[in-house]
Design a protein around this ligand. Sequence first.
Ligand code: PEP
Ligand code: MN
Length: 356
Amino acid sequence: MNLLPIVETKNKPFIIAGPCSAESEEQVFAIAKELHKYQQVNLFRCGVWKPRSSPNTFEGLGENALPWLQQIQRDYHFDVCIEIGTPQHLEVAMKYGIRYFWIGARTTVNPFLVQEIAQASKGCENIVVMIKNPVMADVNLWYGNFERFYNMGINKLAAIFRGFSSQYAYPYRNEPAWLHLFEFMRLYKQIPIIFDPSHIAGHSSLVEELVKKAIYLNVSGLMIEVHQQPQVALSDRQQQLDFGQFNNLINTLSSLQLNNDKTTQALLPYRLSIDEIDKELISLLSKRNRIVEEIAQYKKKEHIPILQMDRWQTILQNAHNNAVQQQVTPELVEQILHLIHEDSVKRQQQIIVRSE
Ligand code: PEP
Ligand code: MN
């Protein structure tokens, strides 16, 4: 995939900011006017069609808000981006000169719908499409959306990471599940990542710490919800920053410039040690496997069940205590042991059942 940059800027990360939704002419202009003061803001975000959980909540002003956004593009230094969820949204928005779009997390779960929108985008010159991760942690499904647009000739594409729906999201609204983000970044290096701390956090007080975490991951952009009076916003009230909070965030960002050019020479000895430790871990696993195989031979001979629940319970409990004692995250150790135990059972099954 050969992509072009989505914004012309030297600022890293580039900044997309604006309200969750357009609520009135007065509101969108008040926010645009404030954000215009910041050269760092590269794009103005503003939802006009809102995918809400309940139809009895504010679902956006739709086409009525588009003339205001067109005006903002004329009067201020940034272009506007909006969410589209159908081919008609794209068609209508383009009539008002909108060129930047994002596909929301509730839409990117649906390949039929994304395909229809992608088809409608064919031949639309110069448009930019930003694709939010699907609500569930499925990196392949996320990437498939890029292929759909790329196949239609759209090469200004970016990914927006907004976390996943999860029962483990607390204290956030959506779980960042970094593992999946890293995997996406590793596999699809060419796709710029825009980090959306607002929809991950769900609360304005958690936005700044998430932004700092994202900066250290070297993301390409940030998408931040800002509202002139968040407490009366018609959608996502708790997570939108007020003007003061946004100003603080911009100040934090300017004091947090990462040095990307610095050589990694100084890290080399540490990295060698880490490589050594990883090698050791793998040879320990190999050693463990040999013992598992001997146990399997014995169980086979004596007709002893593979799964020994009491023993497994003890292993887990001991590992937990050990982890706490040695200040290793117990959840991490438990997860690793679950995987090791599953593999161990499979190895025994292989020896005992398959060879019968
Ligand atoms: C939004 O950006 O306002 C939005 C609805 O986000 P998401 O699709 O990530 O829930
Ligand atoms: Mn929102």
